[in-house]
Design a protein around this ligand. Structure first.
Ligand code: C2E
Ligand code: CA
Ligand code: CA
Length: 748
């Protein structure tokens, strides 16, 4: 994935984290707000209930108090009035004792008797006798009035300064009597029935409550705030409740109050109203604390949620990264390649499959850790090429394969310079010395690209690479070849799975050169493909070797050959041999000899009738191993022939050391017999073989002339179309039993 797409992808997945976060945040903010408002409303309703109960209670008490005070006032009024009248009606001359007795009986504190001149003539406590009321004194005011009685409001006594409530009464002769109640005594009684006193008492006990007692015209009669006394309150301007039994919220000097208006009724008549201010500060504090707790809880929850979401996001990112990257090299992987190609729009595109050819061998020789190091280094080297080729993208494809993408390249020569640079990487690190880099290239100009097709075609091209030809461009022929190989592989598998059928052996006779005596048959494999028709053994044996099918195939062919050999040995009475071709891989397989023995035993075959043909390439392998193996085989009684002799590099001197019984001259020599140089070479080979006592077979003899020349050169045995083509087993049997003529055999 390129960075732009990665960013897009990341943005997309980040969005999937942010969206739920925003949603949860929204729900929590809304929920938190709702919870706080609900709690506040709940408390408000509670306070309202509490406050209205209190207000009703206070209003009731207040109405009683106000009523009681009026009663008290009335009572004092009558006490003073009655006392004054009683003293005024007294006929006897007054003495201190008489007045003092009267004061006690009438329950007043002082009694003063004045003459017509407003001078005190007698008093209940003997004080102030001879005192005369000065100008402006209430005593003088009463004297000058025409009133019979007068009850004064409480005032300080002009002489003693003590507070008194005085009552006056006129005698018939215009003398007068002053009766006084000491205010201190009255006050304590009075106060208990005073609205202000009550309000003070209540608000002292409950500091969160303020009370204001209003009369009918909203003038303050009593209040916890003394500054308001006698003030007329504009309730509507202050947004105070106007109607009786209603409430409102009221803010005063930054404080919140709940205000209730409760009517005060005295003796069934409305005498004003009580305003109860409930200070909500405490509740506000409580609600604030509750809101804080709710907020903190929600915040903690939100943080936890965010953290776990981020953890999930990180984990997902990591998983995504694992899913789109190769663990070993850190390169983007095949999945990324598919993603990249699915939305790539480019004018042209080259997809290059890159493979270090003999990497597996390197892995086996130096170990997997070293192999991993090499792959990592290759990955880095490929990525480093991106500085030179900015449009290049590198992917890890499979175990040891890489994929490179080059899009929108300006010219073929630019692509070629990249391919050249890729091959040259071999020289950049000593680690790569034993490797050959191969490149399978596919080019396209579709505009949009099919990723799996490109991978397939690049792989096909890669498959066709050889050490000498390390760059291959994809073409349909390559694909057809691969397809054919694949079909043959499937056919082989199918042939191996069924008993008799598509896989069979034909037999080519081999004769002695002089008497023309039949000595052996070479078993040659034949396969018929359902779709491709007859397939040459050269092709299907090669595919079987490449696709690890040669062991079971070889075993099957050997078994078929032994079936036929058994038939020959049982039906005829002369010696005969069957030569079976064995591939090098087959011979070197440790299970080869045991399975050979098993087959021989199962088919009741005399091992002396069996010959194994091995090509020279076998001897290119571990000679020691091969020699041991051959010795074991010969010990069983089986003969060994060296096939295609002369095509490889082996020399007779080397073969001498080996356990072999026969040399087969390759057809290519026989074809060139007309050439004197070849003739000489064949002559040398034959005489050297004879020197070590090995008979020589000439293969592919097609003409009489070849036959004649070979006779002259001393060749021992002949095989070829001249003598007989490969034939079906039934024909071969007839030939062996002498029922067929010498040259009549034809391949079926
Ligand atoms: P080969 O072992 O050298 O077999 C001889 C090949 O030469 C056979 O081809 C045979 O048909 C052919 N031949 C014989 N005489 C003449 C002739 O006069 N003229 C011409 N033009 N050809 C002649 P074939 O059967 O196609 O086999 C090709 C090769 O396939 C064999 O070469 C052998 O290497 C391999 N092969 C065949 N059968 C088997 C088998 O059962 N196992 C193994 N491992 N390889 C086999
Ligand atoms: Ca052969
Ligand atoms: Ca041969």
């Amino acid at each position: 994935m390129d960075n732009r797409k990665k960013r897009q992808y990341d943005k997309h997945s980040l969005f999937s984290v942010i969206l739920p976060l925003v949603l949860v945040l929204f729900v929590m903010v809304f929920g938190g707000y709702w919870a706080t408002v609900s709690v506040r409303e709940f408390y408000y309703q509670q306070k309202l209930q509490e406050a209205s109960l209190l207000a009703r209670d206070y209003a009731f008490s207040l109405s009683i108090v106000v009523d009681a005070k009026t009663e008290l006032d009335n009572q004092m009024y009558s006490t003073l009035k009655v006392a004054g009248a009683m003293v005024a009606q007294h006929k006897e001359p007054f003495s201190r004792d008489i007045l003092s007795d009267m004061a006690e009986n009438l329950d007043v504190d002082v009694i003063y008797v004045y003459d017509q001149d407003t001078t005190i003539t007698q008093s209940s406590d003997g004080k102030y006798i001879g005192w005369k009321a000065p100008e402006g004194h209430p005593v003088l005011a009463f004297h000058e009035s025409k009133l019979q009685y007068f009850i004064e409001d409480i005032r300080a006594d002009s002489e003693s300064g003590e507070l008194y409530k005085y009552g006056y009464c006129r005698f018939a002769d215009n003398r007068m009597v002053q009766v006084g109640l000491k205010a201190s005594a009255i006050f304590s009684l009075y106060a208990q029935f005073d609205a202000q006193y009550m309000i003070d008492t209540i608000t002292k006990e409950t500091p969160y409550i303020n009370l204001v007692y209003l009369d009918m015209v909203n003038r303050v009669v009593a209040s916890s705030d003394k500054d308001n006394l006698s003030v007329n309150i504009d309730a509507s301007r202050l947004k105070l409740p106007l109607q009786p039994n209603t409430s409102s919220r009221f803010t005063w000097e930054g404080k919140d109050y709940l205000v209730l208006r409760i009517p005060i009724t005295i003796k069934g008549r409305t005498a004003g109203s009580l305003l109860l201010f409930y200070d909500l500060q405490q509740e506000e504090n409580l609600i604030f604390r509750l809101s804080m707790i709710i907020g903190a809880t929600l915040l903690a929850f939100f943080l936890l949620f965010t953290i776990s979401l981020l953890k999930i996001y990180r984990k997902n990112s990591r998983m995504r990264s694992i899913a789109f990257h190769d663990e070993l090299t850190g390169l983007t992987n095949l999945r990324s390649f598919f993603q990249e190609l699915s939305d790539l729009r480019a004018e042209n595109l080259a997809c290059i499959a890159f493979n270090p050819m003999n990497f597996r061998l390197l892995n086996i020789i130096y170990g997997y850790d070293h192999g991993d190091e090499v792959l990592k280094t290759i990955g880095t080297a490929l990525s480093d090429l991106q500085t030179r080729f900015p449009k290049l993208q590198v992917f890890k494809f499979s175990d040891d394969r890489f994929l490179l993408l080059l899009s929108d390249y300006v010219s073929e020569s630019y692509l070629e310079s990249l391919l050249h640079a890729l091959l040259s990487l071999k020289h950049e690190n000593r680690m790569f010395a034993s490797l050959t880099f191969s490149l399978g290239v596919v080019e396209s100009r579709e505009g949009r690209y099919d990723a799996s097709l490109m991978v397939k075609q690049a792989s096909i091209a890669l498959n066709a690479c050889t050490v000498s030809d390390p760059i291959q461009f994809y073409n349909t022929t390559l694909e057809e070849k691969l397809l054919r190989i694949d079909t043959i592989e499937q056919d082989l598998k199918h042939a191996l799975s069924e008993e008799a059928g598509t896989l069979r052996l034909v037999y080519q006779p081999i004769f002695t050169i002089e008497e023309g005596q039949l000595v052996s048959f070479e078993a040659l494999a034949r396969m018929e493909s359902k779709t491709l028709g007859p397939i040459s053994p050269l092709e299907f044996i090669d595919i079987a070797e490449q696709r690890q099918l040669i062991i079971p195939l070889g075993r099957r062919l050997l078994s078929l050959a032994c079936d036929f050999l058994s038939e020959l040995q049982h039906k005829g009475n002369k010696p005969i041999k069957i030569a079976v071709n064995i591939s090098a891989i087959q011979l070197l397989d440790p299970s080869f000899i045991p399975s050979l023995k098993t087959i021989l035993a199962a088919k009741h075959v005399d091992p002396h009738g069996l010959e194994l043909e091995l090509t020279e390439s076998v001897f290119a392998q571990n000679l020691q191993n091969v020699a041991e193996q051959l010795k074991d085989i010969r010990r069983i009684g089986i003969h060994i022939a060296i096939d295609d002799f002369g095509t490889g590099y082996s020399s007779l001197s080397r073969i001498e050391a080996l356990e072999i019984d026969e040399v087969k001259l390759d057809k290519s020599f026989i074809d060139k017999l007309d050439n004197p140089a070849t003739e000489g070479l064949i002559g040398d080979i034959i005489s050297m073989a004879h020197h070590i006592e090995k008979p020589v077979v000439a293969e592919g003899v097609e003409t009489k002339r070849q036959q004649t020349l070979l006779i002259a050169l001393g060749c021992d045995l002949l095989q070829g179309y001249l003598m007989g083509k490969p034939m079906a087993s039934s024909e071969a049997l007839n030939l062996f039993l002498g029922k067929e003529a010498f040259h009549a055999s034809i391949e079926s």
